[in-house]
Design a protein around this ligand. Structure first.
Ligand SMILES: [Zn+2]
Length: 366
């Protein structure tokens, strides 16, 4: 797959608020390999520091607090970043798009009153040094005074195409959240919101479009993706080396030895260990050199990018003729396989067996 850089905000995914969008863009521009990014009110300008020996942090000025973790997905689908094994199921993105598209077909996804505040440790500069202090922060950007839409309007608006109404959704009250299935829970902000719901619906609609017209679906996905999918930059170390390290470790190999071997094979560079290697000019030229990457913001951006990736490869989705679920597979595939929907697959097998018993019965003249 095409490598990705994934920014996962803690509080809110939406970029509909202009002030939030501006702060996020400032962070995109100032970012230089940090794994944690803070949007912080009261900050004079972009600031960098290091936590717990090697965790690099960036903070940029903003109207509202937000904490973002930055991950990199290699072409092998493995994810590198803070606690990536917990945030992404098994440390990988495989199968996530299908779970997202069939969100409402899965059990375990429920609406719930959405918390409008969250307590977390936020960095603050005191007496010239940095302190973490507990703060209660809003989980969504405040709505304007001119917005008092009825709750039922929320449901009506869910049904409209995202492109037409998306930015009007910032006027909605933030009283409703969605609790996601376990596999997706690590990707979404604490509240969950209408933005994810609308984006999920749009993602599924585009996937369904690809059943009859892949080219049109690609065009729709490209139209839908920004500003949640943009062009960024990352290093070969983040996009290639660490995902390879993760995959090697998971396979029971010594990840450090594997990547050092691969560096020698690919680039003709022999290093004894990674720490020493990082101090060399050769490392800076090959591994630490910036290259373009598809950058995504939150689950909305991640699933838009995974959809785009699949459609651009010409892989249309199918619709199961039995249950109507949008599934992955070749043109010949007509029904859910065991990985699409275990229930649909089991029921169809049971029906097939009943049918074949009947046919056998007839042949035997019973
Ligand atoms: Zn099915």
């Amino acid at each position: 797959m095409r490598p990705l850089q994934v920014w996962l905000p803690t509080l809110s995914t939406s970029l509909a608020d202009r002030a939030v969008f501006a702060a996020v863009r400032t962070a995109f521009q100032a970012w230089n390999g940090e794994s944690i990014v803070w949007l912080l009110p009261g900050l004079g300008g972009p600031t960098q520091w290091t936590e717990r020996e090697s965790q690099r942090v960036l903070a940029v000025p903003a109207a509202h607090v937000e904490r973002v973790y930055v991950y990199h997905v290699g072409e092998n689908g493995w994810v590198w970043g803070p606690e990536s094994m917990n945030r992404f199921p098994g440390g990988r993105v495989e199968g996530l798009l299908d779970t997202w598209i069939n969100l409402w077909e899965e059990k375990g996804c429920t609406f719930a009153p959405m918390s409008d505040s969250y307590v977390m440790d936020v960095p603050a500069v005191e007496d010239g040094s940095l302190q973490m202090e507990g703060q209660t922060v809003p989980t969504s950007t405040p709505v304007g005074d001119d917005s008092t839409p009825a709750q039922c309007a929320l449901y009506r608006r869910m049904a409209v195409p995202v492109r037409q109404k998306f930015f009007h959704l910032s006027l909605l009250p933030y009283s409703l959240g969605v609790q996601l299935p376990e596999r997706l829970a690590g990707l979404c902000p604490v509240g969950g919101s209408i933005y994810e719901i609308v984006a999920q619906k749009k993602t599924k609609q585009i996937a369904s479009q690809s059943v009859t017209d892949v080219d049109r679906a690609v065009w729709q996905a490209k139209d839908f993706a920004p500003p949640y999918v943009t062009e960024g930059r990352a290093t070969r170390e983040a996009l290639w080396l660490w995902p390879l390290f993760m995959a090697s470790q998971a396979a029971g190999l010594d990840g450090g030895a594997v990547v050092l071997d691969e560096i020698e094979i690919r680039f003709g560079l022999r290093f004894r260990d990674l720490d020493a290697a990082k101090q060399t000019d050769a490392w800076r030229r090959t591994m630490a050199r910036p290259e373009p990457v598809r950058r995504v913001w939150g689950p909305i951006g991640l699933f838009a990018a995974l959809l785009l990736e699949r459609l651009e490869a010409g892989q249309a989705f199918r619709v199961c003729e039995r249950c109507g679920r949008v599934i992955s597979g070749t043109r010949k595939k007509r029904f859910c396989g065991p990985r699409d929907s275990a229930a649909c697959y089991r029921q169809r097998r049971a029906e097939d067996q009943r049918r074949s018993r009947k046919i056998r019965g007839k042949q035997l003249g019973r």
